[in-house]
Design a protein around this ligand. Structure first.
Ligand SMILES: *Cc1c(COP(=O)(O)O)cnc(C)c1O
Length: 408
């Protein structure tokens, strides 16, 4: 990199450091454009994007069908509020309900809003349908969860960094070990309205529970008349080689929480998807969002659902995922101590004696691969599903080279 291009990049870094709140610790790359699985920085360097904005860019940067849907809608109308109907929302919720094999959709914007909405729906269902005494409803969650950053959601996080100095916290949650169905059942009592879990814990390091866990959760929640809410905000919409990770283990939850990829990487779109007997508890005026279900979001959301409706994206993620997992597995014993994942979503544990996850990410960036560490020495690979086999081969080669350098 020349001194001139380097100073261009450092201007952007300085501006962010001075005037953007320091709630992130980004890698020092300033992205300017992107196409498919690749992004370009302000100095003209290209990088393979193996994070895909935490799976919000599942279908790649600038997917032609998604960009076309957004551009067409920009010229029509972008926001009406839900005070009026718009001609994009009906088709969107119809298509999304069909994709999920449910009959009702609550449109929101961010993932955290979908989670908050799911919590409110579960509580209202508990009081109005199940008959739980007012203000006593509890929701069971799992240790190590990540469901977002609002005050209620961090109230049931175990991540001290996410909680410290942000109390007081919202009551009404009980946390049990993830992957332990017996512990979950033992926590159920007459106040329990729902179980809220991630089918795979993403931020915790792509933690895949035992194969019989989600089926057991389904059986237990049905038997106790408790809602099963699956947070598929990161695991859903193609990432794991299926429409939902729940599909991979043959489980149908009562409510799906969706976000991230639902907005095609263009606008924030999230949703709670379920059947009328549950979502129907909401009455006019009880819940809402100025931007939820706006015509631009709905047009993009419809285009995303159309991409998933054929099953090609899911199949591609499954096949490419096997390829990537095979490649990364070959690095075990050469600086990698473990890998796990589902589809095109892989957590790689780096030998902590060799380097931190952050250090590996910085070295990979130097070699043209963008990834992100999660907890300690785990790094996650979640490239866009439109990546090619040779892209994935490139990523594995670069990780191999980084590990060789570290061991040298
Ligand atoms: C990202 C994420 C959220 C929060 O979504 P935001 O859009 O960042 O609010 C919730 N749950 C899971 C599993 C996530 O990965």
């Amino acid at each position: 990199m020349s001194a001139v291009t380097e100073s261009v990049a450092s201007t952007y870094l300085d501006q962010e450091n001075l005037h953007a709140a320091h709630n992130y610790h980004p890698l020092e790359v300033v992205v300017e454009s992107g196409h498919g699985a690749w992004v370009t920085d302000v100095t003209g360097r290209k990088y393979l994007d193996c994070l895909a904005a935490y799976s919000a860019v599942n279908f790649g940067h600038g997917h032609p069908a998604l960009i076309a849907a957004a551009k067409a809608q920009l010229d029509r109308i972008t926001l009406t509020s839900r005070a009026f109907h718009n001609d994009q929302l009906g088709p969107f919720v119809t298509a999304l309900a069909k994709l999920a094999n449910k009959d009702m959709v609550l449109p929101m914007n961010t993932g955290a809003e979908a989670v908050e909405s799911g919590i409110k729906i579960a509580r209202a269902w508990g009081y109005r349908v199940k008959g739980v005494p007012q203000n006593r409803a509890t929701i069971i969650v799992a240790d190590g969860n990540f469901h977002g950053r609002t005050t209620t959601i961090i109230s049931f996080s175990n991540d001290e960094q996410a909680r410290a100095d942000f109390g007081p916290f919202t009551p009404g949650f009980v946390s049990v070990p993830y992957g332990d169905a017996a512990a979950l059942e033992a926590a159920i009592d007459e106040t329990t309205v729902a179980v809220l879990i991630e089918p795979i814990q993403g931020e915790a390091g792509i933690v895949v529970p035992p194969a019989d866990y989600l089926p057991a959760v389904r059986e237990i929640t049905t038997r106790h008349n408790v809602l099963f809410i699956a947070d598929e905000i990161q695991s859903g919409l193609g990432r794991t080689g299926a429409t939902f990770q729940c599909d991979n283990v043959g489980v149908v939850p009562d409510l799906y929480l969706l976000g991230k990829a639902l907005g095609g990487g263009i606008v924030p779109v999230s949703a709670v998807v379920g059947n009328k007997d549950i979502l129907g508890v909401l009455r006019p005026g009880e819940h809402g969002s100025t931007f939820g279900g706006n015509p631009l979001a709905a047009a993009v959301g419809s285009a995303v659902v159309a991409l998933l409706a054929t099953g090609e994206m899911q199949e591609r993620a499954r096949v490419l995922g096997e390829y990537l997992q095979r490649g990364l597995t070959s690095l075990i014993g050469r600086g990698v101590v473990g890998i796990r994942g589902a589809g095109l979503w892989v957590g790689v544990d780096i030998d902590p004696a060799l380097a931190t996850g952050r250090e590996v990410c910085e070295r990979l960036m130097q070699r043209g691969v963008l990834v992100k560490d999660t907890h300690g020495s785990t790094i996650r690979f979640a490239p866009p599903i439109v990546a090619s086999e040779s892209d994935l081969e490139f990523a594995v080669e670069q990780l191999s080279a980084v590990l060789d350098d570290l061991r040298a």
